[in-house]
Write a protein that binds this ligand. Structure first.
Ligand code: GLC
Length: 446
């Protein structure tokens, strides 16, 4: 009897686990994530008063490199004099990005829009004296780009926020709950403004590490945003209450397990504009990292940091343009594709069409005339160079009639079809890709 009871409990537990797992994977969550998963490329924008001196966004005063007072003096230099939001949207579009995420408010609390909550914003306290967010959101929509709003949960300038600098913690929530409540009303009030004014496709939270989910009222916030727009996407920096993971700076070496993820990456070593930082990644390196993300089933959110007058530094424009030429040529291998096949089958990056009948093979540099695919069981119907059109020959070697082992496919790659940055081949199969993954042992008979 006892044994039956134990079994019953075990089954009960297993059942409840599988039920809760199924609940985790709500089909509507996947539906709303579809555009995001297909988009592959977004442009991140860090624009704020820190561009005036060209210093670390918010962190420069938090880390005591500059006093808070002097940090705020940059407000007078934030002119947005040459700001051309239409051009911003156009160059973002040209890069091949499908969405953009802009810092509406960083940890320093400086808001780009005309907020009713407090005075620290572009309209009331900067030299620009105008709302610089609304025209950009409009320009994104005009260009058919999805709108993402970055919002820092902490505001280190706000007198009733807990943290101010690395050494100054103003108070503990348990000591002054009313004070904390004031902050909650303030930040949630701003979120409400952004939500109603811009109804973004995506929310990009940051700075959640300073408080736990309960303290931020993360559930309440999520509920508010989703009630207003059930389709809106939230990044995970809301104490894990979001929809996708955001690895930062380091392109994942091992493919993340999360179904949705986005690598955020600076073009040089800074998020915002820093005239001193000339350590730009080359277009080749950015494209390599982008290909890596695509082949691992994720997105790249590539950052630009415009100057205080609203111009985008020429090095950044150059990367966006070079990237744009490459993404435009290779769009069929990028947008809407799925993660590729294991490196056992090809020593490099690959991606698959949604129906898995086309394998996209990314070829870095000069492949020495041939590339090899291993263990692809399908018959290959055709191979062509993406964005260029040349059909390529292939030959299977090491295939014997008595074994299921499919052999090695060599594809000829003439030099004249090579792309300056990364050549992509489309390998059309006779059906969904079928990979030979058997571990081979000694042959017992033939
Ligand atoms: C970090 C930093 C912040 C930057 C962000 C971008 O969380 O605090 O300065 O904006 O990463 O991902």
């Amino acid at each position: 009897m006892k044994r039956y009871l134990a079994l019953l409990i075990i089954f009960g537990l297993l059942f409840s686990c599988s039920v809760s797992f199924a609940q985790d994977l709500k089909p509507e969550t996947h539906a709303k994530m579809e555009w995001f998963k297909d988009a592959k490329l977004g442009i991140f924008i860090h624009w704020g008063i820190y561009a005036v001196n060209g210093i670390d966004e918010s962190w420069s005063f938090f880390n005591n490199y500059i006093s808070h007072e002097d940090y705020l003096k940059q407000l007078d230099g934030f002119t947005a004099k040459k700001y051309d939001p239409e051009y911003w949207a156009e160059i973002i579009k040209f890069s091949g990005a499908q969405y953009s995420v802009i810092t509406t408010r960083h940890h320093d609390g400086f808001a780009l829009w005309d907020s009713k909550f407090g005075d620290l914003n572009a309209v009331k306290s900067s030299a620009a004296k105008r709302d610089v967010l609304t025209p950009f959101v409009k320009a994104l929509r005009n260009n058919n780009l999805k709108v993402g709003l970055y919002y820092s949960l902490p505001d280190w300038s706000y007198a009733d926020y807990t943290h101010h600098t690395r050494d100054i913690n103003r108070y503990k929530i348990s000591d002054e709950p009313k004070r904390w409540n004031k902050y909650l009303n303030y930040y949630q009030g701003q979120m409400g403004e952004l939500m109603k004014k811009y109804n973004p496709d995506l929310w990009w939270f940051d700075g959640d590490w300073e408080h736990n989910a309960e303290e931020w009222e993360a559930d309440k916030l999520r509920a508010m945003l989703l009630k207003h727009n059930p389709e809106t996407i939230l990044n995970s920096r809301l104490r894990g209450k979001g929809d996708y993971e955001t690895p930062e700076q380091g392109p994942p070496v091992v493919r993340p397990v999360a179904p949705y993820w986005e690598l955020c990456l600076t073009m040089n070593d800074s998020w915002g504009y820093q005239h001193n930082d000339k350590n730009y990644k080359t277009p080749q390196q950015v494209i390599d990292i982008f290909v890596d993300c695509v082949s691992k089933g994720g997105n790249l959110l590539l950052d630009i940091g415009p100057k205080a007058d609203g111009t985008i530094p020429k090095e950044q424009v150059n990367v966006l343009k070079e990237l744009g030429v490459w993404t435009n040529k290779h769009k069929e291998a990028i947008y809407g594709t799925e993660k590729g096949i294991p490196y056992d089958h090809y020593y490099g990056a690959t991606a698959l069409s949604k129906d898995k009948t086309i394998l996209y093979v990314f070829v870095n540099g000069n492949a020495n005339g041939q590339i090899a695919l291993k263990g692809v069981t399908n018959k290959i119907n055709r191979i062509w160079v993406v964005g260029e059109g040349t059909k390529l020959r292939h030959k299977v070697i090491s295939k014997v009639y008595w074994s299921k082992y499919p052999g090695i496919t060599y594809i000829d790659l003439p030099e004249q079809v090579l792309d300056k940055y990364c050549t992509v081949l489309a390998v059309l199969l006779d059906g969904p890709i079928d990979l030979y993954r058997e571990r081979v042992g000694a042959i017992e008979s033939n």
